[in-house]
Design a protein around this ligand. Structure first.
Ligand code: GAL
Length: 681
């Protein structure tokens, strides 16, 4: 069960550690190590931005500082996540080889600046990164405390230089089998006389040329290429370290539902999924909403490989790049850290261990503040989490059982957000996915957030919000899933176009989806921001905003009807029995109350275990061979009572609770229980 991290069987608790910024203060390393122990930290991520220390001049390597850091951490029993330093390059590299610098969508070449701004195609950059990675891997290959490679840092962005243009054209030739007719068909280039007659005519969408929405097929291919090229760069990085350390697993830190890369493709090339999580706790949108979005993102990362993931970065205090940098209220650090564990993380790690004296992150939350002391509120919060993780260490490596899947598809997001139509300002694809997801969150139901490449057979319910772009193959998969007894729930703007943004012929939803849902979605009305409609459902009216689809039932039974406008009385929500399964179609966006009532019915109608919980409270579970672990989280400031039916053991205080008890969860509190599933395995 724990094989994904071969050399470590424990929860990890630690931070990004940047002692390279403290070389003038040699006493800091030893001090830090003592503080790490005091904070119950057992891992540090090092070397993330260390390139200019490791290779101060081209070909001149200096490992003194990293040797010392690795030695001292190892001697003190602290695990090491070792980074490749490609996230920020030394000045000499940019000066000597300008091709490594990115060209923006405005056509301008960047100067040496920031980080994460290099060309992923540049053969020079690839070679230099390979070289430094090989050096690092060769030097530290026998260090027993290195448990994981941290490949680069938060890959992202895109480059429009000539090297990238050529690579894009080559990639397109591969994709379209060297056949321009196929490309012209896929991109519908007859539109505005855009026929491509030579591969060299193709250019990435950019500010002075083709915009994203003129030829959506071009835009979607460009986005896919950017993911491909970034991944190919990452794979070269990985190959370089694997040459020397074939047994050390690799990860790269993802960024949640970040829309510019398709992590569902990248995930295939790393051993461990990890991500950096920075919610806006205590913002005006409220902690419950924030908790639901964060839970969604955790479940997305767990869904990438259906195995535990690592919380690679989080803040122990405030996040300095948010508009308003709030402190975490008492309780929130423990609660948000355990939230990650509840959703399948095997670590709680921070950015960063110690605040740097200068640079733009000097006011970002860190475990050790500018007072240089291992004390105070933030430090004690961190220490508390460290102690708790040790107490609940038996949970590490356990898995999550989810009978529900919500589809969040990066490619669909690209397609729908840039489609000219509906509501052009903001179609709210991600928010819609979370709005459906939260109906399960509220009822303590585990959910996998996945795309349709996954095996669907184990899910009782599959939710596909706003799945505008869907390939014929994916349609076939959904059809087979429902035919075999699954329940699918779709919304307005589903199945309009294929994977290159060509509308399905014969009306919407495309192909066999019409039979699955037993209807046709004939037109869609977009509402002004102040417009309201309503649907009547089970004798009550629910407010409707943004979208109303005009639907003709074929075999589906209407469940709810529009109350206003010229389509008053027409079906708005429908249910169809398709072979062994059920298909629900929600043709309108509601303000929240309808979804609550709708999912209440759907969940009660299913065999899925669920809870009646106070507002802002949720339960998530993980399972080992012997135990089910229940995490009860309260995102409100008020203490609540939650009814637990089963006999459980409170893991924090080792208290046995007989079944049918009410347990108290303090405001911003969390409790962790173990329920025996199978004796003596
Ligand atoms: C992350 C990044 C870290 C640090 C952190 C601050 O996105 O990987 O290096 O900048 O943000 O929140």
């Amino acid at each position: 069960m724990k094989q994904y991290l071969t050399s470590c069987q424990h929860f990890l608790h630690g931070a990004d550690y940047n002692p390279d910024q403290w070389l003038q203060y040699p006493e800091v390393l030893e001090e830090d190590i003592q503080f790490m122990k005091k904070a119950h930290c057992n891992v540090m991520s090092v070397g993330i931005f260390s390139w200019s220390f490791l290779e101060p001049e081209e070909g001149l390597y200096s490992f003194t500082f990293l040797d010392q850091v690795i030695d001292r951490l190892t001697a003190n029993g602290i695990y090491i996540v070792l980074a490749t330093p490609s996230g920020a390059r030394p000045r000499w590299l940019a000066e000597k080889y300008p091709e490594v610098l990115r060209v923006g969508a405005d056509g301008h070449k960047q100067q040496y600046s920031m980080r994460h701004n290099h060309c992923f195609t540049s053969p020079v950059y690839r070679e230099k990164v390979r070289n430094i990675n090989r050096r690092i891997a060769e030097r530290y290959k026998d260090q027993k405390n290195i448990i994981l490679w941290h490949i680069s840092n938060e890959y992202g962005g895109e480059c429009h230089c000539e090297l990238c243009q050529q690579a894009f054209r080559d990639w397109l030739r591969g994709k379209y089998c060297d056949d321009l007719c196929k490309l012209n068909e896929a991109w519908w280039t007859g539109f505005w006389s855009h026929t491509v007659t030579d591969w060299q005519q193709i250019h990435s969408p950019n500010q002075t040329g083709e915009s994203n929405d003129v030829l959506p097929g071009l835009f979607l291919d460009w986005k896919e290429f950017v993911t491909y090229q970034t991944t190919s760069f990452m794979r070269e990085e990985i190959a370089a370290v694997r040459e020397f350390t074939p047994d050390i697993p690799v990860t790269t830190n993802f960024m949640g539902p970040y829309q510019h890369l398709d992590y569902n493709y990248m995930r295939n090339y790393v051993d461990v999924i990890s991500w950096d999580c920075y919610p806006s706790w205590h913002s005006e949108r409220g902690d419950v909403v924030e908790a639901q979005s964060t839970a969604f993102a955790h479940d997305l990362h767990r869904g990438f490989r259906h195995q535990p993931f690592l919380l690679m970065e989080s803040t122990p205090s405030n996040t300095n790049w948010l508009e308003i940098c709030k402190l975490k209220r008492p309780g929130m650090h423990k609660l948000s850290s355990i939230q990650a564990i509840a959703h399948g993380s095997d670590s709680v790690q921070y950015f960063q261990w110690r605040k740097g004296r200068g640079g733009m992150e000097k006011f970002h939350g860190a475990v050790i503040d500018h007072n240089g002391k291992a004390e105070g509120r933030v430090f004690e919060d961190v220490r508390e989490v460290g102690i708790l993780l040790e107490k609940i260490d038996e949970i590490a490596g356990s898995h999550t059982n989810a009978q529900v899947a919500v589809v969040y598809d990066y490619r669909n997001r690209w397609a729908i957000e840039d489609a000219a139509g509906f509501q052009n300002l903001d179609k709210k694809y991600k928010r819609t996915c979370i709005n459906h997801y939260k109906e399960f969150w509220k009822r303590g139901v585990n959910v996998d957030v996945i795309n349709l490449d996954n095996d669907l057979s184990s899910y009782e319910i599959l939710v596909i919000p706003m799945l505008y772009s869907i390939s014929e193959k994916q349609i076939g998969k959904i059809e087979a899933y429902v035919a075999a007894g699954g329940t699918v729930i779709a919304t307005y703007i589903t199945g309009y176009v294929n994977e290159t943004d060509l509308c399905y012929r014969g009306g919407f939803p495309g192909g066999a989806l019409k039979d699955v849902f037993g209807l046709t979605a004939d037109e869609i009305d977009s509402l002004n921001p102040s417009d309201r409609n309503a649907v009547s459902f089970q004798g009550r009216q629910y407010e409707v905003v943004d979208y109303c689809e005009l639907i003709t039932p074929v075999t589906a039974q209407p469940l709810a009807f529009y109350c206003e406008d010229f389509y008053k009385g027409k079906a708005a929500v429908l249910r169809n029995q398709y072979k062994q399964g059920k298909a629900y179609y929600i043709g309108c966006r509601d303000s929240g109350e309808f979804l609550d009532a709708f999912y209440d019915d759907v969940i009660k109608d299913s065999a899925i275990r669920h809870y009646e919980l106070p507002y802002g409270v949720t339960i998530h579970t993980r399972e080992s061979e012997e135990y089910e672990y229940l995490f009860v989280e309260n995102y409100t400031t008020k203490s609540v009572e939650v009814h637990i039916e089963e006999a459980v053991r409170d893991l924090e205080n080792n208290e046995e609770l007989s079944g049918n008890t009410n347990v108290t969860i303090e405001g911003y509190g969390v409790r962790i229980f173990a329920r025996l599933l199978r004796q003596g395995i």
